[in-house]
Design a protein around this ligand. Structure first.
Ligand code: PLP
Length: 238
């Protein structure tokens, strides 16, 4: 395999950013009177070459977020993975791609329909496992976004809880950019509401929200997975 030489400036930037973000997470946790160890920092790797993702892994990142099945499959073998490093799928997932990622990810955060949950369950059983999933909530009712209608997510949780091969572990969202506090608060309400319903086979352990521009606010509203891409790896060029 040929490897490109690393851009040293980019390497330094990644290392500094991770240190800086960890400090900011700690400060946000203190402000929110929460334990910093409860907050999981995910590095979102979309468009980032695997050699730079490996720099982040070397800096102690142990959770990667992947948006596209094809991209994950093409980069997977070049990641320096060990058992301590987990990959979560966070992008829109087509049912026919589930099979190709089922052995590579430890959680699928972007479950946006019952039919997708059923396919994940089917493939998980074939792979002899139970896949932890989060239900994605379209908290801003945005037409351009996938995810469950916030009014229907509790019923969806009840139904999907019965699907063999999956285990609901919480909620995920990408809220609209403005009025962010309003949407984070709404997410927290739904999260608590579903927790209190004590649905069989549903455990609300994770609330995944907050990205480069708003992760501290998300922590104030109870997020325990923050998904950060551009602030770690630099602006994406599409
Ligand atoms: C790209 C992406 C992120 C990270 O966004 P940044 O603003 O670059 O931090 C988080 N979550 C999802 C689902 C994404 O697609």
């Amino acid at each position: 395999m040929t490897t490109n030489p690393l851009d040293n400036k980019r390497v330094i930037k990644i290392k500094e950013s991770i240190k800086d973000i960890k400090n900011r997470i700690e400060q946000a946790a203190i402000l929110a009177k929460r334990k910093v160890s409860d907050i999981n920092l995910m590095a979102v790797t979309k468009t980032v070459p695997p050699e730079y993702v490996n720099i982040a892994i070397n800096e102690g990142i142990n959770l990667l977020g992947e948006n596209k099945a094809q991209e994950l499959n093409s980069k997977y073998n070049n990641y320096n993975l060990d058992d301590s490093i987990k990959i979560h799928f966070i992008g829109h997932l087509q049912r026919n791609k589930v099979k190709s990622i089922i052995d590579k990810v430890s959680m699928i955060e972007s479950v946006d329909s019952e039919s997708l949950a059923r396919e994940i369950g089917k493939q998980a059983i074939k792979a002899d496992k139970v896949m932890p999933i989060l239900l994605e909530v379209n908290i801003g009712f945005q037409e351009t976004k996938t995810g469950f209608n916030p009014k229907k997510v509790k019923d969806a949780a009840k139904t999907i809880a019965q699907v063999p091969g999956v285990k609901i572990k919480g909620l995920m969202t990408i809220p609209p950019k403005d009025n962010i506090k309003y949407y984070f608060e709404k997410m927290r309400e739904i999260y608590i509401d579903i927790s209190q319903k004590k649905i069989d086979n549903v455990d609300m352990s994770f609330l995944s929200m907050g990205m480069s521009g708003d992760f501290e606010t998300a922590i104030a509203f109870g997020a325990n997975i923050v998904r950060i891409g551009s602030l770690i790896f630099g602006k994406r060029v599409f």
